[in-house]
Unconditional design. Sequence first.
Length: 199
Amino acid sequence: MPFSRVEAEPLTDEELMRRVCQNDDEAFAVLVHRYERELFAYLRRYLGNAQMAEDVFQATFLRIHRKRNSFQDSRSFRPWLYTVATRQAIDTQRQNRRHRMASLDQQRPGAAEGGTLAETVADRCPTSDNVVANGDAQAWMLTAVDRLPEPFRNTLTLVYRKGLKQREVAAALGIPLGTVKSRLNTAINRLHASWLRTC
Protein backbone atom coordinates (compact mmCIF):
# COMPACT_ATOMS: atom_id res chain seq x y z
CA MET A 1 0.00 0.00 0.00
CA PRO A 2 1.55 3.35 -0.96
CA PHE A 3 2.04 5.68 1.98
CA SER A 4 -0.09 8.36 0.30
CA ARG A 5 -3.15 6.22 1.09
CA VAL A 6 -2.47 6.30 4.84
CA GLU A 7 -4.88 9.20 5.23
CA ALA A 8 -7.78 6.92 4.26
CA GLU A 9 -6.45 3.96 6.26
CA PRO A 10 -4.55 5.26 9.32
CA LEU A 11 -1.64 3.12 10.41
CA THR A 12 -0.73 2.26 13.99
CA ASP A 13 2.35 3.82 15.55
CA GLU A 14 4.15 0.50 15.21
CA GLU A 15 3.28 0.19 11.50
CA LEU A 16 4.52 3.75 10.94
CA MET A 17 7.71 2.97 12.84
CA ARG A 18 8.32 -0.06 10.64
CA ARG A 19 8.08 2.28 7.64
CA VAL A 20 10.46 4.73 9.33
CA CYS A 21 12.93 1.85 9.66
CA GLN A 22 12.68 1.54 5.86
CA ASN A 23 13.65 5.24 5.57
CA ASP A 24 10.10 6.47 4.88
CA ASP A 25 10.29 10.17 5.74
CA GLU A 26 6.54 10.66 5.32
CA ALA A 27 5.85 8.01 7.97
CA PHE A 28 8.25 9.79 10.31
CA ALA A 29 6.47 13.10 9.69
CA VAL A 30 3.13 11.48 10.55
CA LEU A 31 4.55 10.17 13.85
CA VAL A 32 5.97 13.59 14.75
CA HIS A 33 2.64 15.26 13.97
CA ARG A 34 0.68 12.59 15.86
CA TYR A 35 2.61 13.21 19.09
CA GLU A 36 3.40 16.90 18.63
CA ARG A 37 0.90 18.38 21.08
CA GLU A 38 0.80 15.51 23.57
CA LEU A 39 4.53 15.04 23.96
CA PHE A 40 5.29 18.77 23.96
CA ALA A 41 2.70 19.28 26.73
CA TYR A 42 4.32 16.49 28.76
CA LEU A 43 7.81 17.94 28.29
CA ARG A 44 6.65 21.48 29.11
CA ARG A 45 5.19 20.27 32.39
CA TYR A 46 8.21 18.09 33.11
CA LEU A 47 10.75 20.84 32.44
CA GLY A 48 8.70 23.90 33.41
CA ASN A 49 10.02 25.80 30.41
CA ALA A 50 8.48 25.97 26.93
CA GLN A 51 11.77 26.66 25.13
CA MET A 52 13.51 23.74 26.82
CA ALA A 53 10.49 21.56 26.04
CA GLU A 54 10.71 22.50 22.36
CA ASP A 55 14.42 21.68 22.30
CA VAL A 56 13.89 18.33 24.02
CA PHE A 57 10.95 17.51 21.75
CA GLN A 58 13.16 18.00 18.70
CA ALA A 59 16.04 16.10 20.31
CA THR A 60 13.68 13.24 21.13
CA PHE A 61 12.49 12.76 17.56
CA LEU A 62 16.00 13.25 16.24
CA ARG A 63 17.11 10.40 18.51
CA ILE A 64 14.11 8.28 17.48
CA HIS A 65 15.11 8.75 13.85
CA ARG A 66 18.78 8.02 14.49
CA LYS A 67 17.97 4.93 16.57
CA ARG A 68 15.13 3.75 14.34
CA ASN A 69 16.85 0.48 13.52
CA SER A 70 17.02 -0.42 17.22
CA PHE A 71 13.22 -0.35 17.48
CA GLN A 72 11.99 -3.87 18.15
CA ASP A 73 8.88 -5.04 16.31
CA SER A 74 7.59 -6.70 19.46
CA ARG A 75 7.48 -3.49 21.50
CA SER A 76 4.96 -0.65 21.59
CA PHE A 77 6.08 2.67 20.17
CA ARG A 78 4.46 4.99 22.73
CA PRO A 79 6.31 3.74 25.85
CA TRP A 80 9.57 3.78 23.87
CA LEU A 81 8.90 7.38 22.79
CA TYR A 82 8.25 8.46 26.40
CA THR A 83 11.36 6.63 27.57
CA VAL A 84 13.50 8.50 25.05
CA ALA A 85 11.78 11.83 25.81
CA THR A 86 12.16 11.44 29.58
CA ARG A 87 15.84 10.58 29.30
CA GLN A 88 16.41 13.53 26.97
CA ALA A 89 14.65 15.81 29.47
CA ILE A 90 16.78 14.50 32.35
CA ASP A 91 19.94 15.04 30.31
CA THR A 92 18.84 18.58 29.45
CA GLN A 93 18.18 19.38 33.10
CA ARG A 94 21.61 18.11 34.05
CA GLN A 95 23.33 20.04 31.30
CA ASN A 96 21.57 23.30 32.09
CA ARG A 97 21.54 22.80 35.86
CA ARG A 98 18.07 24.27 35.98
CA HIS A 99 15.40 22.94 38.24
CA ARG A 100 11.78 23.76 38.02
CA MET A 101 10.30 26.09 40.65
CA ALA A 102 6.52 25.83 40.69
CA SER A 103 4.63 28.88 41.92
CA LEU A 104 2.21 28.01 44.70
CA ASP A 105 -0.47 30.37 43.42
CA GLN A 106 0.04 29.90 39.68
CA GLN A 107 -2.77 28.27 37.75
CA ARG A 108 -1.21 25.97 35.17
CA PRO A 109 -2.17 26.08 31.47
CA GLY A 110 -4.70 23.40 30.58
CA ALA A 111 -6.10 23.24 34.11
CA ALA A 112 -9.42 22.06 32.72
CA GLU A 113 -7.79 18.78 31.69
CA GLY A 114 -7.59 17.41 35.26
CA GLY A 115 -8.79 13.88 34.74
CA THR A 116 -8.22 10.61 36.49
CA LEU A 117 -5.78 11.69 39.18
CA ALA A 118 -8.00 14.56 40.34
CA GLU A 119 -10.94 12.19 40.52
CA THR A 120 -8.89 9.60 42.41
CA VAL A 121 -7.84 11.98 45.15
CA ALA A 122 -11.17 13.82 45.25
CA ASP A 123 -12.96 10.50 45.79
CA ARG A 124 -10.92 9.97 48.97
CA CYS A 125 -11.98 13.31 50.43
CA PRO A 126 -15.02 13.28 52.73
CA THR A 127 -17.96 15.02 51.12
CA SER A 128 -19.00 18.37 52.57
CA ASP A 129 -20.97 21.43 51.53
CA ASN A 130 -17.81 23.46 51.02
CA VAL A 131 -15.95 21.08 48.67
CA VAL A 132 -14.76 23.11 45.71
CA ALA A 133 -16.36 22.70 42.28
CA ASN A 134 -14.86 20.11 39.96
CA GLY A 135 -13.01 22.64 37.79
CA ASP A 136 -11.46 24.27 40.85
CA ALA A 137 -10.54 20.84 42.20
CA GLN A 138 -8.76 20.01 38.98
CA ALA A 139 -6.88 23.33 39.00
CA TRP A 140 -5.94 22.69 42.63
CA MET A 141 -4.80 19.18 41.74
CA LEU A 142 -2.53 20.35 38.91
CA THR A 143 -0.95 22.95 41.19
CA ALA A 144 -0.57 20.40 44.01
CA VAL A 145 1.06 17.88 41.66
CA ASP A 146 3.43 20.59 40.41
CA ARG A 147 4.50 21.17 44.03
CA LEU A 148 5.47 17.54 44.60
CA PRO A 149 9.16 16.64 44.48
CA GLU A 150 10.27 15.82 40.94
CA PRO A 151 10.39 11.99 41.24
CA PHE A 152 6.78 11.83 42.50
CA ARG A 153 5.52 14.43 40.02
CA ASN A 154 7.08 12.71 37.01
CA THR A 155 5.82 9.27 38.00
CA LEU A 156 2.27 10.57 38.53
CA THR A 157 2.31 12.42 35.22
CA LEU A 158 3.37 9.37 33.24
CA VAL A 159 0.81 7.07 34.88
CA TYR A 160 -2.25 9.28 35.33
CA ARG A 161 -1.95 11.89 32.59
CA LYS A 162 -0.09 9.96 29.88
CA GLY A 163 -1.68 6.59 30.59
CA LEU A 164 1.47 4.50 30.69
CA LYS A 165 1.45 1.26 32.62
CA GLN A 166 3.56 1.09 35.74
CA ARG A 167 6.08 -1.28 34.15
CA GLU A 168 6.37 1.12 31.19
CA VAL A 169 7.03 4.01 33.58
CA ALA A 170 9.70 1.92 35.30
CA ALA A 171 11.40 1.41 31.93
CA ALA A 172 11.01 5.08 30.97
CA LEU A 173 12.55 6.34 34.20
CA GLY A 174 15.09 3.53 34.56
CA ILE A 175 13.86 2.50 38.02
CA PRO A 176 12.46 -0.74 39.50
CA LEU A 177 8.71 -1.40 39.29
CA GLY A 178 8.56 -1.42 43.10
CA THR A 179 9.93 2.12 43.16
CA VAL A 180 7.20 3.26 40.75
CA LYS A 181 4.54 1.75 43.03
CA SER A 182 6.11 3.29 46.11
CA ARG A 183 6.31 6.73 44.50
CA LEU A 184 2.70 6.56 43.38
CA ASN A 185 1.53 5.51 46.82
CA THR A 186 3.55 8.21 48.58
CA ALA A 187 2.47 10.90 46.11
CA ILE A 188 -1.22 10.04 46.37
CA ASN A 189 -1.02 9.98 50.16
CA ARG A 190 0.63 13.41 50.15
CA LEU A 191 -1.97 14.79 47.79
CA HIS A 192 -4.74 13.24 49.86
CA ALA A 193 -3.43 14.82 53.07
CA SER A 194 -3.07 18.17 51.34
CA TRP A 195 -6.57 17.92 49.90
CA LEU A 196 -8.07 17.12 53.28
CA ARG A 197 -6.57 20.34 54.64
CA THR A 198 -8.57 22.29 52.03
CA CYS A 199 -11.90 20.60 52.79
